[in-house]
Design a protein around this ligand. Structure first.
Ligand code: PMP
Length: 351
């Protein structure tokens, strides 16, 4: 007997997140987390939160968080959408804006969630090959499409594309929404935020998971024209109003207000990254220049898979994909200086 209900299942191949090992005595450089704790102001919220408040539904508009972000980025609250990690934000954006018969465009080497959202929402898409050195060729995005998304800096390559290139793509596509996924922008890139007043169809997405050390709290946000944000909120409030819990809203707002701590933490990660570039080069690795909190490295003689496994035996986790085009690269997140020194020692041994 066949079970016909199965014909009606929305079947998808899910996204596979990086490993979150249960052991604690490891060096974890595999999911681009920040090695430093979040702002002490967020810590204070956690310590002082009264559990009795859990009885109540949270503010569906996450006003404290939206207002803090509006203040920080010089926008109106109506230009900001918040969600449960930028994964949630981008997923809502796909559902809201990518409803054309024409394909959505994104690079062939990029965040591996984009094709999964396209599949789950039945959105046609086309991947555009990156050129030499993992660069975007702007001309490739001057073709009919149902939307465009790419990260800047790109993941997993770490390559940052200058704003002139980003703007040229936006300018050439007034009939589509263009999403710039700026998950890693705070580590040295230049945000497209300054362009949102000029282009009604530009959505800039950022996250608290990397530069603000709050991956576990799940906070992402999008900034754009009031019109774009209204459309996203309409979709979000048609699915689930109460996505963000009150503790998260408060911790996020406090973290945003702590500009000094943010600047200090980001500067530390950048300094370690620059040192890591020298160390890795000396060890025989090559990589595109990174403006993110990771380096996408390939060794001149030893296959990436072997290095990945040898590091894992030494309890050092980096990210490896057994996928065409990138199967000889390791994506190494930037940890503390001590963690990175342990990595370099291990690599010296392995190589
Ligand atoms: N975009 C890119 C390019 C990423 O690498 C990630 C991290 N996996 C995300 C979005 C999602 O991050 P989060 O949901 O933690 O904000």
């Amino acid at each position: 007997m066949s079970y016909l209900w199965e014909n009606n299942v929305r079947k998808v191949t899910p996204y596979v997140p990086g490993e979150q090992p249960k052991e604690t005595d490891i060096i974890k450089l595999n999911t681009n987390e920040n090695p430093y704790p979040p702002s002490p102001r967020a810590d204070k919220i956690l310590r002082e939160y009264e559990s009795g408040r859990m009885r109540l539904y949270p503010d569906p508009d996450a006003t404290v968080l939206v207002d803090a972000l509006a203040e920080r980025y010089g926008l109106k609250p109506s230009q900001i959408f918040v969600g449960v990690g930028s994964d949630d934000v981008i997923s809502v954006a796909f559902m809201t804006f990518f409803n054309s018969e024409k394909p959505v465009l994104f690079p062939d080497i990029t965040y591996s969630f984009y094709d999964v959202w396209a599949d789950v929402y039945r959105i046609p898409y086309k991947t555009i090959p990156l050129t030499e050195g993992f660069r975007i060729n702007v001309e490739d995005y001057k073709t009919e499409n149902g939307g465009i998304i790419f990260p800047n800096p790109n993941a997993p390559t770490g390559v940052f594309e200058p704003l002139e290139k980003v703007e040229e793509i936006i300018k050439a596509n007034p009939s589509s929404v263009v999403i710039i996924d700026e998950a890693y922008i705070d580590f040295g890139g230049e945000s497209a935020l300054g362009l949102i007043d000029k282009y009604e169809n530009l959505l800039v997405v950022q996250t608290f998971s990397k530069s603000r050390s709050m991956a576990g709290m799940r906070i992402g946000f999008a900034m754009g024209s009031e019109k774009l944000i209204k459309y996203m909120n309409d979709v979000k409030f048609s699915i689930n109003s109460y996505t963000m819990n009150p503790i998260t809203q408060l911790c996020g707002a406090e973290a945003v207000k702590d500009g000094e701590y943010f600047d200090k933490t980001v500067a530390r990660v950048i300094a370690t990254r620059e040192r890591a570039k020298n160390e890795l080069s000396a060890l025989g690795f090559t990589f595109p220049d990174s403006k993110s909190n990771f380096i996408f490295a390939s060794h001149k003689s030893k296959p990436a898979k072997e290095i990945f496994e040898a590091l894992k035996e030494r309890k050092i986790f980096v990210r490896y994909w057994n996928k065409p085009l990138i199967n000889n690269h390791l994506r190494i997140s930037i940890g503390t200086d001590r963690e990175m020194d342990r990595l370099f020692d291990a690599l010296r041994e392995i190589l």
